[in-house]
Design a binder for this molecule. Structure first.
Ligand code: 5GP
Ligand code: MN
Length: 332
């Protein structure tokens, strides 16, 4: 993977550009592809933004979101844009496999691929890239990229809004350790571009259905298990639990964080039974590396304090396996 600076000559003439992100996109995924979409469009390029799967409801209000192609639902349109593209950008992931159904097409694509991402251990499969795990979010790196291109002055309210969303969601509203001075300096700059940060926060966090709030109540009351000995918490949701509240996958977003608000709890796990696999989410506070944990035991990865993975075992067996690991490694 060559440094992204070396790719800048590819952008001197108007080009057709395909931008994508990871499967099940979050605020940083959609924020970063849309910020880059607005920026490259402003530079005269013809840009197609693609999400490998559906954009969750809480992000649908974002500027430009109606142009995003859902690869799963609109595969033909996405593949046509990919085929016609001169250049491919991948944002907020560093291994093609994170795009699920797009993986093969990206692997086979003859075009140059450019990665912008803040996860650990980028795969060498990219042509060019910018990897910075010290950055709070991929949105902060899109900001770095725009600055690297000398274009800070052309940042619009739409670009700023998109970058704000990713920085806000990936830092837990500016509280996680990754919230460095450079994040605040970027936000200060973005706030001079006419964004409404209160409205952004409300759109993202205060748009729950009554049902989702009651689902959360049920989970915290009945499904949360605390392992005091290991300073750990586990929430395991079966498909039956989901059906009970007619909950969608997006309704479990953020739930893994709640147990960390209990004094002494430093490691939280959410296990959800999906139609095709059992998915795990891990969060920690302090020095327990959940990225390594996910990689070692659950075919996953991510960040030091936030990671995910999967299990091929059925739900109950995954829970037993998880408990066995806990008792063996004693996370602190
Ligand atoms: P979440 O728990 O929100 O699904 O994921 C938390 C973090 O872990 C995200 O930054 C995501 O990129 C990463 N992550 C989640 N699932 C996987 C996975 O299966 N593989 C890898 N490598 N990373 C994952
Ligand atoms: Mn991110």
């Amino acid at each position: 993977m060559l440094p992204i600076q070396d790719a800048l000559p590819l952008l001197t003439e108007p080009a057709k550009i395909y931008i994508t992100t990871h499967h099940k996109p979050d605020g940083d995924a959609i924020g970063s592809i849309l910020a880059l979409y607005h920026y490259l469009t402003a530079k005269g390029h013809t840009v197609t933004a693609v999400a490998p799967s559906e954009v969750p409801d809480f992000l649908r209000w974002m500027p430009g979101c109606n142009t995003v192609i859902n690869h799963e639902a609109d595969t033909e349109k996405s593949l046509k844009a990919l085929k016609e593209a001169d250049l491919i950008f991948g944002l907020d992931f560093n291994d093609f496999s994170r795009t699920k159904h797009l993986t093969q097409a990206l692997t086979d694509a003859p075009q140059f691929t450019i990665m912008i991402d803040h996860h650990l251990m980028p795969s060498p499969q990219w042509s060019y890239g910018m990897s910075n795990p010290a950055r709070s979010s991929t949105c902060e790196m899109v900001y770095d990229f725009i600055n690297l291109c000398g274009d800070n002055k052309i940042i619009t309210a739409d670009m700023a809004t998109c970058m704000y969303v990713g920085a806000m969601t990936d830092t837990g509203s500016f509280k996680f350790p990754a919230t460095t001075a450079s994040v605040h300096l970027m936000i200060a700059d973005l706030m001079t571009r006419g964004i409404n940060h209160t409205a952004i926060h409300e759109e993202v966090y205060d748009a729950w259905s009554e049902n989702r709030m009651r689902f959360l109540g049920y989970i915290l009351m009945d499904k949360m298990i605390i392992f005091r000995k290991y300073n750990a918490a586990l929430i395991a949701l079966s498909r039956k639990d989901m059906h009970l509240f007619n909950a969608q996958n997006g309704d479990t977003e953020g739930i893994v964080n709640y147990p960390l608000s209990i004094a002494g709890i430093r490691f939280s796990t959410l296990i959800t039974e999906r139609a095709d696999e059992v998915k795990l989410s891990f969060r920690s506070k302090g020095l327990f590396d959940v990225s390594n944990f996910a990689r070692l035991y659950f075919e996953g990865g991510g960040h030091f304090n936030a990671s995910g993975g999967r299990s091929k075992l059925p739900l109950e067996e995954t829970i037993s396996y998880y408990k066995k690991i806990l008792s063996e490694i004693h996370p602190k």
